[in-house]
Design a protein around this ligand. Structure first.
Ligand code: ADE
Length: 263
């Protein structure tokens, strides 16, 4: 039997996995304000006997909803500064630790994001990302340049996209809320409609450990609009989490009872 590709043993194992009903999902969220409405919606309970190393601020909530076991993790508050541990480093660490401990069938990275009026976006739009990439890892050496951009496709969910009222677009990730001219050029090169601070990092870890991942991003600010990004983000954060919560609920309801190949 051929070692790789269609018909290989590895491909057949993946096919079998994709035909089993999804039983456990892992929701990765960066901010407490984004996470709590979802925790409350699914009546998730905080894990008091942590699966994470002692002393880390990472938080896990878990519970059963319909036929699904749901885990939601957020990287918690920075232990020195007391603010949410946003960005790629915390997101990748907590995703890695959660996959190792929980072995989920599917990862949902949910959160808020910036978007662009040139792409037709409005505040509170919710996007399902088709592709994710980085816009702040510039390595102008052949092949390292591609490694830096780290472009990956998200797990393909054509039925979910058709059924729910979500917009589709590419997601670009960097560790800054604002955008330098160089980052803007990379975002254009990535053909991105949404800009966040975690997605591509979660995608990297999910790919590394071969767990399918999807990305749901609700728009808090229009990056090419008139208002300063930080101000617009803070102004809209609470209201937009309601749109995010609604979209995540619809996605979870759609996933319930299905296998990966039906998404
Ligand atoms: N999250 C919300 N708005 C964002 C933006 N403009 N850039 C990165 N992450 C964000």
């Amino acid at each position: 039997m051929a070692p790789h590709g269609e018909g290989s043993e590895e491909a057949m194992v993946v096919q079998d996995e994709n035909r089993k009903p999804i039983s456990s999902i892992l929701i990765v969220i960066a901010m407490q304000t984004e996470a709590m409405p979802i925790v409350n919606k699914f009546q998730l309970k905080e894990d008091l006997d942590s699966v994470f190393p002692k002393g880390v601020p990472w938080v896990r909530y878990h519970g059963v909803y319909k036929d699904l076991h749901i885990d939601l993790v957020w990287p918690g508050k920075d232990s020195t500064l007391g603010v949410d541990s946003v960005g790629t480093i915390s997101a990748s660490l907590v995703t890695y630790a959660a996959i190792q401990a929980l072995q989920p069938d599917l990862i949902i990275n949910a959160g808020t994001a910036g978007s662009f009026k040139v792409k037709g976006a409005s505040i509170s739009d919710v996007f399902l990302a088709s592709d994710v990439a980085f816009h702040d890892r510039r390595i102008p050496i052949p092949v390292f340049d591609l490694y830096g951009v780290g472009s990956r496709q998200s797990f393909s969910t054509p039925n979910l996209l058709k059924e729910l009222n979500l917009k589709a677009g590419k997601l670009s990730t960097g560790d800054s809320l604002d955008m330098s001219p160089q980052e803007e050029a990379s975002i254009v090169a990535n053909d991105a409609t949404v800009k966040d601070m975690e997605g591509a990092a979660v995608a990297y870890v999910a790919d590394l450990l071969k767990v399918p991942a999807i990305f749901i991003k609700a728009v808090t600010d229009i990056v090419d609009g008139e208002k300063p990004t930080a101000e617009e983000f803070l102004q809209n954060l609470a209201a937009v989490t309601a749109a995010l919560d609604q979209a995540v609920t619809q996605v979870v309801d759609f996933i319930n009872g299905k296998c990966l190949s039906e998404l």
